[in-house]
Design a protein. Structure first.
Length: 651
């Protein structure tokens, strides 16, 4: 094997995610609901012959196909151990089998490995099914097979509506977590059969078969980034083995060798500097339709992913048999799109070119100096069924990827970024969100500087106003290891009732009077300070008392996914139109803002009660007043005091 095929590759982080059980009947039924009959998506007129499930029996011998090196399809031998009716789900039986050879195949793989999902298995030229399940911490030659008929049935599925064709889909998507597939709970007799084949006591063999992890290639991300992405996949209930893969160029045309049963199959979420793709095996081909994986990827039903071939660089064996081996592969030419993600596998349509969204970055490290210009192209109508792995995540991670390349290190530092998000809103009108901010992190500036962008993309994609189609994200800025920030160290205050600046816990004020502040800011990690003067008028209707906070700005934030934000930072999301939402996000506070904020209540007096009774005191109105002064660095921390409102007019 030539050494250049390992270029840019490193050992992956091993998947250790657990599987979540699903209510198969409800979920499969929900995914199968169609508003109206629709024609089949592709040109399949003569589906592959399927070996009848009622003829499957213990001792039946079969032959499987997969790729363990390059693009050469290799055969392996399988012996059926038994069948469990409805084992995978209602109407989908589970076939238990064992890979028995040849020895040269087992020497390389040890059995089933991540990336073999979908490997077709034949009996006398008819499709028995696809190798798709395995067992943790057990003999890796014992496998589970998805029967052929449910796989072939998917050829007849119509094109699944995605993107703007599915009104309200984004709001529903936010509430739905994907599930890779339910583990198969073996019957007592089938477990005993599996244990006997593995040569171990029955009570030591796992009682459940798990979908074989998908082998996921990721280009560009270092160890920390890979760990974060692995964590996100685990949260999305996708069991995956991550490896550092090669960059896949954004496709502009369909090319490469046609996919054939047993060939490697790549399902891409993005191309370019941050290429993310899952590698499995092609199960069956009919006309321009392709089936692969043998189990779900994100289990979304309709989906939109890129469909590519793949070149296997290496098959890594797991001598311990604890978690199984895996394939390392690079994508080859685009073949089309993936449009279905179902119980029996994913379906691709040959000849289609997916629409892509360019995410570009121009980042300069002012310390070295070094500039990184990069691009990642994300599937425009990306549908993976959850908000752990979606367009906002991939787009923002791609920016962090470019930042790491420019920064040439992990760690503390400061960032000054500007970005433009373009797209088409729910009303069909084009929009642009133009925004900038400054960031400081004592831990990892390349990661913490993307939080705000994730939040804004998330707010746009999952707004209550309907589907958004992004057309571009562009980020420019600088990074430095310097600690460029201010801290709110001290607040001196004065009013007409308490003249002279002093550090006070309480300040007496009159309604309509003026509060003067002298804010002392610490400069980074130094002993230096700078002073900022601020003033504001006390609202006329303010009664009793109020809190006064002096703090750094909080950018608009619509969710609680990444880190805490006060309720007021979510006010941007209370827009009544999509245009207002975009304006609120663009015009919200920045982290480089110094903000003085009053929170209090104003009295409301009700009119006379019927019968001439004395007026009764009514409810209270909330009063919020903010004064903002932008600074040249991010502002952190807060200081507060109480305002004591003294009745009477200000003079």
């Amino acid at each position: 094997m030539s050494s250049n095929r390992f270029s840019g590759l490193s050992l992956r982080a091993r998947a250790r995610g657990t599987q979540a059980a699903i209510v198969a009947i409800a979920l499969v039924g929900a995914l199968a609901v169609q508003a109206a009959p629709a024609p089949a998506a592709g040109s399949c007129t003569s589906p592959p012959a399927v070996y009848p499930i009622d003829a499957v029996h213990k001792g039946l011998t079969a032959t499987g196909s997969t790729v363990i090196d390059g693009q050469t399809i290799t055969s392996f031998d399988v012996t059926v151990l038994g069948v469990q009716p409805n084992g995978i789900g209602p109407g989908v039986d589970f076939i238990l089998g064992q890979i028995t050879g040849p020895q040269s195949f087992l020497d390389v793989t040890g059995g089933i490995v991540a990336g073999m999902s979908g490997s077709p298995i034949y009996v006398s030229g008819e499709l028995l099914g696809a190798a798709s399940y395995g067992f943790y911490a057990a003999d890796q030659t014992i496998i589970g097979i998805t029967p052929g008929q449910p796989i072939v049935d998917e050829f007849a599925y119509p094109s699944a509506p995605t993107g703007t064709d599915r009104p309200g889909a984004a709001a529903l998507q936010r509430e739905r977590l994907s599930t890779l597939g339910a583990p198969v709970h073996l019957s007592r007799s089938l477990r005993s059969t599996a244990a006997h084949a593995a040569g171990v006591p029955a009570d030591t063999f796992p009682s459940t078969a798990q979908p074989v992890p998908v082998s996921v290639g990721v280009s560009g991300l270092g160890g920390k980034g890979m760990a974060k992405l692995q964590n996100r996949l685990s949260k999305a209930k996708v069991t995956a083995v991550l490896f550092s893969g090669g960059t896949a160029s954004a496709p502009t045309s369909v090319g490469g060798s046609p996919l054939a049963p047993g060939s490697s199959f790549g399902a891409a979420l993005s191309y370019g500097d941050l290429s993310i793709y899952a590698v499995g095996t092609t199960t069956a081909v009919c006309g321009d339709e392709v089936m692969a994986f043998g189990h779900p990827f994100f289990f979304t039903g309709g989906t939109t992913l890129g469909m590519n071939g793949a070149d296997v660089v290496a098959t890594v064996k797991d001598p311990s048999s604890s978690y199984g081996g895996f394939k390392i592969a690079n994508l080859t030419g685009l073949r089309g799109i993936v449009d279905q993600d179902r119980v029996a596998g994913v379906r691709g349509l040959d000849g289609r070119i997916p629409a892509l969204v360019p995410v570009t970055a121009n980042i300069t490290n002012t310390d070295i100096p070094k500039t990184r210009n990069g691009e990642t192209d994300v599937l425009q109508d990306l549908e993976v069924g959850n908000f752990y792995i979606d367009f906002p995540i991939i787009a923002a991670y791609s920016i962090a990827n470019e930042e790491i390349a420019a920064f040439d290190r992990y760690g503390d530092g400061s960032a000054n970024l500007s970005w433009t998000v373009s797209g088409v809103g729910p009303d069909g009108q084009q929009f642009q969100l133009i925004r900038d901010d400054k960031f400081f992190s004592p831990y990892d500036i390349t990661f913490e500087s993307i939080f705000e962008l994730i939040g804004e993309l998330d707010a746009l994609q999952y707004s209550q106003f309907g589907e958004v189609q992004f057309t571009g994200v562009s980020v420019t800025g600088t990074l430095t290891q310097d600690h460029d920030y201010y801290s709110v160290d001290k607040v001196l205050s004065s009013s007409s009732l308490q003249r002279g600046f002093d550090s006070r816990k309480r300040l007496q004020v009159r309604p309509g009077g003026t509060v003067h502040l002298r804010v002392v800011l610490g400069v980074g990690d130094t002993d230096e300070t700078r002073t900022v003067n601020m003033s504001f008028k006390v609202p006329d209707g303010l009664v009793g008392g109020a809190s006064l906070d002096v703090r750094g700005g909080f950018p608009p934030f619509c969710g609680g996914f990444f880190f805490f934000r006060p309720a007021d930072s979510r006010s941007a999301c209370k827009a009544t139109t999509f245009e207002e939402l975009v304006a609120n996000l663009a015009g919200g506070e920045h982290m480089y803002d110094l903000v003085a904020e009053i929170r209090g209540q104003g009295g409301v007096t009700a009119g006379p009660k019927p019968g001439g009774e004395a007026p009764a005191r009514g409810g209270r109105n909330r009063i919020d007043v903010t004064v903002t002064k932008s600074q040249d660095q991010t502002v952190q921390g807060r200081r507060g005091l109480q305002l004591i409102v003294v009745p009477g007019r200000h003079r």
